[in-house]
Design a protein around this ligand. Structure first.
Ligand SMILES: Cc1cc2nc3c(=O)[nH]c(=O)nc-3n(C[C@H](O)[C@H](O)[C@H](O)COP(=O)(O)OP(=O)(O)OC[C@H]3O[C@@H](n4cnc5c(N)ncnc54)[C@H](O)[C@@H]3O)c2cc1C
Length: 461
């Protein structure tokens, strides 16, 4: 450490990680495990968007409604239901899950690995150098950018001035608005519409496209739309917001749509995409274009900058925590000099709405888009005995996307199907032939027997 008379400090490390969300935390931990000295720079909360304002609180808001709905489907339990959700308790449990927005619980993990946490906004200041306030951090080997993303603000006149909720406001809300307008029918919009409907809000969901969750199989979009509507959400597809009217303090938000209709609600929630936090991190000092997703190669290294890596949302490859963490493991292994063997790039995705959507690999649409010759086989989840006990009466469908004798994608839509996904991920990553899969016998009476129905439909049962 050197400290000149102006109070500035120069600190030397093997590597500097910028941002302590899931990507940054995992990368720092892996590098420290490899014996490297690490500075982890965080301007807000260690744990990032995911732990405090995204994955964790949103699931905390969704789960009680799903438990109640499931109890309502099971005679015997149904009669024990005495009323709607207790909103105060749901919000209190959410607060517990996000540790009251205090990251103290995360810090012992860093200390145990001798990772130096530097609080503040970090910016690159030339090659292998990061500045945080008066501190200059020098990295002998690498700088890893893991600055994540924030809600994008579409350029709709009046929208910014109407102070819409982003994921931050909606996951930390202290009360449930009577009426809520959700702008955007992707994963975030669908999940939060579902959560707030279960908490008693009257929700309208506007989506510009012709279907919800457009990255998934069309049948998944349809079943999720039906599920939301069953729960009282008004879903308006093909609806473009042209402008947002001026809003009085404490007054409702009013969206004017391209077809002339007006939708008004107590709060408006923005769920129309993300923007990477790469505009104010000093990228120009090293000749990398700021503001957009930063392009990386297979080891998350920025081409032409062998010391610079970008992991997680900031590289825009797939905005998911488990993907961010996997990228962090790949980058850390590379930086530490023991690269991981390359493997298939298969992305599992879960949408925790009611019904849930759990999907991995290609959909029929993405496979066609890249010229893969695949066929989709489907089975109704209620066709198997296990569905007499779980999700009874809630419907649901499973699909396998098959190319030759292998799976290249799978989609499950139904009650509590999230945990099913890993079996399909293993089958795809392991390139298990269908004939071999038919020896993976599911227990009776579990809903996993839907795999037998799917293999039958594929002609290999
Ligand atoms: C509502 C919602 C629900 C979601 N649910 C899920 C889910 O269930 N499952 C899932 O897999 N994904 C989910 N996601 C996506 C998930 O949150 C992100 O993919 C994940 O957080 C990305 O991790 P990250 O480390 O790249 O970035 P982040 O979690 O955004 O962390 C980046 C960190 O960097 C810090 N930072 C930024 N700039 C600087 C700087 N210049 N100096 C210092 N620190 C800086 C930030 O303060 C932040 O702490 C959800 C997203 C949203 C919005």
């Amino acid at each position: 450490v050197s400290t000149p008379s102006d109070g500035s400090q120069t600190l030397d490390f093997d590597a500097v990680v910028l941002g302590a969300g899931p990507a940054g935390e995992v990368c720092a931990a892996r590098l420290a495990q490899a014996g490297m000295s690490i500075a982890l720079v965080e301007r807000d909360l260690v744990g990032g968007e995911c732990a405090f304002f995204a994955c964790m609180p949103s699931k905390a808001l969704l789960r009680p409604g799903q438990v109640l709905a499931e109890a309502g489907r099971v005679a015997g339990a149904r009669e024990a239901i005495t009323g709607p959700l207790d909103v105060g308790s749901v919000l209190a449990r959410r607060d517990q899950i996000v540790h009251g927005l205090d990251d103290a619980a995360q810090l012992p993990r860093l200390a145990k690995r001798s990772i130096t946490l530097i609080r503040g906004h970090g910016r690159l200041a030339g090659e292998r150098t990061v500045v945080v306030g008066a501190r200059l951090l020098r990295a002998a080997t690498a700088v890893v950018v893991a600055t994540g993303s924030v809600a994008a603000l579409p350029s709709v006149p009046g929208l910014a001035e109407a102070h819409p909720w982003t994921n931050r406001r909606s996951t930390t809300a202290e009360r449930v608005p009577e009426t809520l307008l959700v702008l955007g029918g992707g994963t975030v919009g669908v999940e939060l519409a579902s959560a707030y409907a279960s908490l008693g809000a009257s929700v309208t969901l506007l989506e510009a496209g012709e279907r919800l969750i457009a990255a998934e199989e069309p049948f998944a979009s349809e079943l999720v739309r039906e599920g939301l509507e069953r729960d009282g959400v008004r879903v308006l597809l093909g609806t473009i917001v042209r402008r947002v009217a001026a809003r009085q303090p404490g007054g409702p938000a009013r969206a004017e749509c391209a077809d002339g209709s007006i939708v008004q609600a107590d709060e408006m929630l923005l769920a129309s995409g993300r923007r990477p936090l790469t505009d104010d991190i000093g990228l120009d000092s090293v000749g990398v274009t700021a503001g957009g997703y930063i392009e990386v190669g297979p080891t998350m290294q920025v081409p032409g900058h062998e010391w610079l890596y970008v992991v997680g949302d900031a590289n825009g490859r797939a905005l998911l925590t488990h993907v961010a963490k996997q990228q962090a493991r790949i980058a850390a292994a590379e930086i530490a000099g023991s690269p991981l063997p390359s493997g298939p790039d298969v992305v599992p995705r879960v949408i925790f709405s009611e019904p849930q959507v759990a999907a991995v690999g290609h959909t029929s649409v993405t496979a066609k888009g890249v010229g893969r010759e695949a066929r989709l086989v489907t089975a109704e989840i209620e066709s198997v005995a296990g569905a007499s006990f779980v999700g009874h009466g809630a419907g649901g469908r499973a699909a396998l996307l098959i190319e030759g004798d292998r799976l290249i994608g799978a989609t499950f839509v139904g009650v509590e199907v999230a945990e099913w996904l890993h079996a399909a991920t293993i089958a795809i990553v392991g390139e298990v032939p269908l004939a071999q899969l038919s020896y993976a016998v599911p227990s009776f009476p579990t809903r996993s027997e839907v795999w037998l129905a799917l293999l039958d439909a594929a002609g290999t049962g």
